[in-house]
Design a protein around this ligand. Structure first.
Ligand code: PRP
Ligand code: URA
Length: 209
């Protein structure tokens, strides 16, 4: 079974508090999501393999390390996932970015796919599927299905806030996928919103509420 990691780093938890706050406006909300995404990327990349290299310092030759050429792909789920991409790219600028367009049908809460575009070398990349919200899990399951269907073999899921129902759903359909979170919340309400959550992430990011 894939592991679930909840990042308890004080900076992540502090910023998440202000992201949750309903009085935080669009500009600050977007900036905070970007910052938390960078901090999460720092944690999520802990297991990247390193290789030995030598570098000439102004003083001598140093035996040092660089990341061992691992190819990473980010796949934000549109639209709210987009809010986390730049923060991750600040730390991993060589990552390629695919996109999966999904929205939740407001009646059925089921995800409807409207767009998919991935890097051409899907088989050799490790992918991080990104969405701030893991609610029923339907969107994440469908996005991972789409990425797998096109040949991806190595996939992680990165979300800000999850409901236990969403985590269970991902583990049911994609038991090998590790899940990285800033918080595991209590539950879903009758409209499929995470409680306490942070509201509608897409609307808060883009001011469409
Ligand atoms: C939100 C959110 C996730 C999805 C989570 O997107 O960004 O993609 O809901 O819900 P689920 O786990 O129950 O599938 P939404 O469908 O509102 O689209 P948007 O990002 O375009 O606002
Ligand atoms: N999508 C959101 O944006 N927020 C939720 O709480 C659930 C799904």
């Amino acid at each position: 079974m894939g592991k679930v990691y909840v990042f308890d780093h004080p900076l992540i938890q502090h910023k998440l508090t202000y992201i949750r706050d309903k009085n935080t406006g669009t500009k600050e909300f977007r900036e905070l999501i970007d910052e938390v995404a960078s901090l999460m990327a720092f944690e999520i990349t802990r297991d990247l393999p390193l290789q030995d290299v030598q570098v000439e310092t102004p003083v001598a030759t140093a035996n040092s390390k660089v990341i061992a050429g691992k190819k990473l792909g980010l796949v934000p789920i549109l639209r709210a996932g987009l809010g986390m991409v730049d923060g991750i790219l600040k730390l991993i600028p060589a990552a390629k970015v695919g996109h999966v367009g999904l929205y939740r049908d407001p009646e059925t809460l089921k995800p409807v796919e409207y767009y998919i575009k991935l890097p051409s070398d899907v088989e050799v990349r490790e992918f991080i599927v990104i969405d701030p919200m893991l609610a029923t899990g339907g969107s994440a399951v469908e996005a991972i299905n789409s990425v797998k269907k096109r040949g991806a073999k190595n996939i992680k899921l990165m979300c800000l806030v999850a409901a236990p129902e969403g985590v269970e759903e991902v583990q049911k359909y994609h038991p090998e996928v590790d899940i990285y979170l800033a918080a595991m919340d209590e539950k879903l309400n009758s409209k499929g919103y995470i409680v306490p959550g942070l509201g509608d992430a897409g609307d808060r990011l883009y001011g469409t509420k």
